[in-house]
Design a binder for this molecule. Structure first.
Ligand SMILES: *Cc1c(COP(=O)(O)O)cnc(C)c1O
Length: 384
């Protein structure tokens, strides 16, 4: 059990509110709320972790769970950190790891965020959910809603890979296809939420998916013996993983769990949709919506992310950066992960690897550094 309040990520002076019910965005400025905990486990608790099961709930001291609140779980988290020596040698890295999120329930790291958001909302009495998705968030919501015995409506672009759409239907969600991108689906989802009272679990429109994604950072820290790697390469759409990991690292540092410095965080996007890269390069605090976003990496097709300010802050505070890769490069890199290492990379995971290679060529990553590349989902979901 933990206790916490919610803090607006943009209001100045900082505005807080209590965590009753299931909050959306800040009622004053519309920016995302972040969870602020009253306390964290002491470093002595590291020893107790050893006895816990390898799911993300081993970190429940860092998660928003009230007294008598039980996780809605399918066993998410606890994914492998794989050292890839053959690939590293070929690409000129001394130490390269893939954090492989494909074994998660529903085939992507979206499971982590939706498990926490559905847990919290059901605890607050929710009977119906809605989400706009580029694909995998819809599969995850469909599965966790089924697990909780409640209903889910999913809005997805008609161009979403067919296998992903079949998975959303297979878990019993009510799937609506739209012409357009995830931003258009978001408008439809909010309308549906207003009309029916369904809980909208869109990226950063509620504070709890971030908390689930935070476990990516907690898990990495534990897998590296509480001494974080030098650089983390993350394929970025809405940015929950990036923001969540950065939050995890701050919280771990604040509570004395870490040795050594924090990693540099890098965003990888595609040349057909790179609003975060553009904003990073131009020194902007927010993104300019990307017109006509196009990429085969469906999860990265997010033209106007709500978490732009938080992402850009994490990239800059960490001393990291942002880079765009082509669809050809990401497809090739995903295939390399499959063929050279047996890892079923999604196109987004391929983008992250292609981005790491490009950053190294640019001199942003030094060859002796410890680099972690995220494979955020399973490749089979994109095959038809
Ligand atoms: C959603 C998604 C992403 C992007 O994640 P964000 O946290 O929204 O930046 C990357 N890869 C896959 C496979 C995804 O489903």
């Amino acid at each position: 059990m933990t206790t916490w309040t919610l803090e607006c990520s943009a209001c100045d002076p900082v505005r807080t509110r209590d965590a009753d019910g299931f909050p959306g965005v800040c009622d004053v400025c519309g920016a995302p709320y972040l969870v602020r905990y009253d306390a964290f486990p002491l470093p002595e608790a590291k020893a107790h972790l050893r006895a816990r099961r390898w799911t993300m709930w081993r970190y429940d001291g860092w998660l928003p769970l009230a007294a008598h609140e039980h996780p809605v779980t399918l066993g998410e988290g606890g994914t492998p950190l794989l050292k890839v020596e053959r690939l590293a040698t070929r690409q000129g890295f001394a130490q390269l790891w893939i954090k492989d999120e494909s074994p998660n329930p529903t085939g992507s790291f979206k499971a982590r965020g939706l498990a926490v958001a559905v847990t919290r909302a059901v605890f607050a009495g929710a009977k119906q959910f809605v989400v706009p998705t580029a694909g995998n968030a819809g599969v995850a919501l469909a599965a966790y809603a089924a697990r909780a015995g409640v209903e889910a409506r999913v809005y997805a672009p008609a161009t979403t890979p067919r296998t992903i759409l079949e998975q959303i239907r297979a878990f019993g969600a009510d799937l609506v296809l739209l012409d357009g991108h995830i931003g258009d689906c978001g408008i439809a989802a909010r309308l549906h939420a207003d009309n029916t009272g369904a809980i909208d679990v869109s990226t950063l429109r509620e504070p709890y998916r971030i908390e689930g994604k935070k476990t990516l950072g907690l898990e990495l820290a534990e897998q590296f013996g509480w001494e974080l790697p030098d650089a983390i390469i993350y394929p970025t759409g809405g940015g929950t993983g990036l923001i969540g990991m950065w939050k995890a690292f701050q919280e771990l540092r604040q509570s004395g769990w870490l040795r050594g410095p924090l990693p540099r965080m890098y965003t990888v996007q595609t040349s057909g949709c790179a609003p975060v890269v553009q904003a990073f390069d131009s020194g902007a605090e927010r993104c300019t919506p990307w017109p006509d976003p196009q990429t085969v990496a469906a999860g990265l097709r997010v033209p106007g992310p709500l978490g732009d300010r938080l992402m850009l802050r994490a990239l800059r505070e960490s001393g990291g950066g942002a880079i765009a890769v082509s669809d050809d490069a990401l497809v090739g890199a995903a295939r390399e992960l499959q063929v050279a290492e047996g890892i079923d990379a999604s196109p987004e995971g391929g983008a992250a690897l292609a981005g790491a290679v490009a950053l190294q060529r640019r001199g942003a990553l030094r060859s002796e550094e410890r680099v972690v590349v995220f494979n955020t989902g399973a490749g089979w979901l994109y095959r038809t």
